[in-house]
Design a protein around this ligand. Structure first.
Ligand code: SF4
Ligand code: SF4
Length: 247
């Protein structure tokens, strides 16, 4: 068992990439249906049908593990993951660019407003409101509109400037999953006994979480870049009942 665990830890990022790629292919080329959580909820609101099974499974998973959907499944997350890595490679950046903390700490709430707005519009206008502007719609060719193409280009550019720009500030699915992962069963934390305070993890987090200060579990997309970069094995992911300062 420990051999499997060690193998998984050692190849964590490669395994994540492979899983993301498989889901990307599934969502973009094989699925005739956009399976985003918001789409499913909208179908539920509009049709009153029982489209909720996959959503319930996902929400349960989120309650247990946090926002793994964002870091391992979402095709948009996969695209924005590639864009910021490309930028790092091309610009030979060691550390990720950051949005000034004062602005960042406020902008992260924008996605909750987007979630409320589109759920309201869906209910009020009886239409798949978010699908009409969803950047993913452009790729799946399901609901692609001029607006969604413009937004995709905009977020791709912003995703090059600031890692995961769309996921951090605008994604309503991230917001919804964030609500369900305020206190997930499995938490990310730093082992104070092992941490030497080098802050490598802070500088490699694509959603700008300063792990050495505080880890808001609902903002963490479970990419585990912090775990990979920490050479002291101080970043832990597990069940922690008592957690001081969310660290
Ligand atoms: S990279 Fe590891 S040792 Fe360095 S600050 Fe982060 S948790 Fe601590
Ligand atoms: S805290 Fe770690 S796992 Fe969470 S988003 Fe940042 S780098 Fe990824």
């Amino acid at each position: 068992m420990s051999k499997i665990y060690n193998f998984f830890e050692e190849h964590l990022q490669s395994i994540r990439k492979l899983i993301q790629l498989l889901f990307f292919v599934y969502f973009i080329y094989l699925s005739g249906l956009c399976l985003c959580v918001l789409g499913v909820i909208k179908r539920f609101i509009l049709m009153g049908g029982f489209y909720l099974t996959s959503t319930l499974v996902l929400l349960l998973l989120t309650l247990i593990l946090g926002r793994v959907f964002c870091g391992w499944v979402c095709p948009l997350g996969f695209i924005f993951d590639i864009t910021y890595r490309l930028r790092m490679k091309v610009s030979k950046l060691k550390f990720l660019p950051t949005v000034p903390e004062k602005i960042h700490s406020k902008l992260i709430y924008l996605k909750y407003g987007v979630l409320i707005l589109f759920l309201y519009l869906t209910y009020k206008l009886s239409t798949y409101a978010f699908c009409k502007v969803c950047p993913l719609g452009t790729l799946t060719n399901l609901h692609g509109t001029v607006i969604s193409i413009i937004l995709l280009v905009f977020f791709l550019i912003m995703g090059v400037v600031y890692p995961m720009f769309f996921c951090r500030y605008f994604c309503p699915i991230g917001a919804l999953l964030g609500i369900f992962s305020i206190r997930p069963l499995f938490k990310l934390k730093i082992d104070d006994k092992k941490c030497v305070g080098c802050k490598l993890c802070d500088r490699r987090c694509p959603v700008q979480i300063e792990l050495t200060k505080n880890i808001p579990q609902h903002e963490c997309i479970r990419c585990f870049e912090c775990k990979t970069v920490c050479n002291k094995d101080a970043v832990k992911f597990g069940i922690y009942i008592k957690q001081k300062n969310n660290k």
